[in-house]
Design a binder for this molecule. Sequence first.
Ligand SMILES: C[S@@+](CC[C@H](N)C(=O)[O-])C[C@H]1O[C@@H](n2cnc3c(N)ncnc32)[C@H](O)[C@@H]1O
Length: 407
Amino acid sequence: MAARVLMKVMAGDGFAAPALDAALQHAALPARDAGLATHVVYGTLRHAPSLKAALAPLLTGDTHPKVQTLLLAGAYEKLHLGTPAHAVVNEYVNLARAARLAPPGLVNAVLRRVEAAPMDRASTELPEWLEAVYRQAFGAQADAVTADLLRPQPLWLSVSEAGAASLQAEGSTLTPGPQGVDRVELSRPLRETDAFRQGHAQPINPASMACVDALGDVEGVRVLDLAGGAGVKAAMLAARGAQVTSVDVAARKHAAAKGNLNRLGLRADFLTHDLTGPLDVPPASHVLLDAPCTGSGTLRSHPEIKLRLTPAAVQAMAELQARMLPHAAALVEPGGVLVYSVCSVTPQEGPQVIARFLEAHPEFTVEPAPDLEVPHVPAGPGVLTVPDGGVDGFFIARMRRVGESSD
Ligand SMILES: C[S@@+](CC[C@H](N)C(=O)[O-])C[C@H]1O[C@@H](n2cnc3c(N)ncnc32)[C@H](O)[C@@H]1O
């Protein structure tokens, strides 16, 4: 199952998280096997660059992409998971034979001989240009950050008191983390817990919560949640008492957001709109643009991004963000607050988008984001949360429109 998920993801067909989730739900594996499949999928993706380097000298001529993926997973099990070599060879030879994918002799020979590649760039498992991005962003902390990106992602939950009590009663452990988000070790799959089913728990990374908190107190306030997607931040805003209107170009995401809000016993309004053009709704005192981005700050939970992302794609995303921001800004009342966030650590998508915007829009000034508990570093007109300890890397800038608020 892990190999099948990996073949899909390595072929560029979607992301690992939904593919694995769907496969796990379909297969209904015992918890230990589900855990192993998760390790194999994420571990293979996280270590793919050095595993490819280790396999390269053993492969002559063209190797079918699916066979390469099978060998990557086998090499991961042998070199990183500590599965005994003979078991790995046996298992993957059988897989290749059953799927009629590759001559079993090839799989046997390669997996028997594969050894860890010499450590050089393998220490970060990042393409050179992306490693430079991380070094520039996090300086002295870059080594710790890039090492952390190779560890399994913890589960972060925003959980009510009742939810915490219910999870603990089921044998889960909760450790308080930044932005009021708990780090949780579950005793059974999240969707099966009472806390989740009864709407007392919402998965959210602390850095993602920091974007919500950057808006300040939103109790009773109308908030425009722009590029609201599947509505995780919309839910957290609604939970803080905001009247949320969530806007996204993708109507299908509204359905997911509504379903999740229903589960949580919360509500929001939804508008389907392309924010590269103006949106005709009354301005609001609080506007969040959680813009589409490359996700370069989420490599721990989405390791496949580093295998696909290119500098050209970063540039294209920065251009899209720069087109959306003025339309978001136009929806901010005088005296109101605009928060711009992206889950990316590239300078193009964060500081540079905001710097260009401020040059053209002197009616906006930057101010510090309040309640920022996640570790962060300055990044031009905003901050970057530090993707260490399972926290994602987000760029967050809070701006205020000059003028008197109408309240
Ligand atoms: C980072 S995700 C949003 C995540 C969401 N805020 C949350 O917390 O769950 C970015 C969203 O931007 C949306 N998007 C992309 N291009 C857009 C556009 N031109 N206009 C409006 N939304 C857009 C995508 O559909 C995606 O849902």
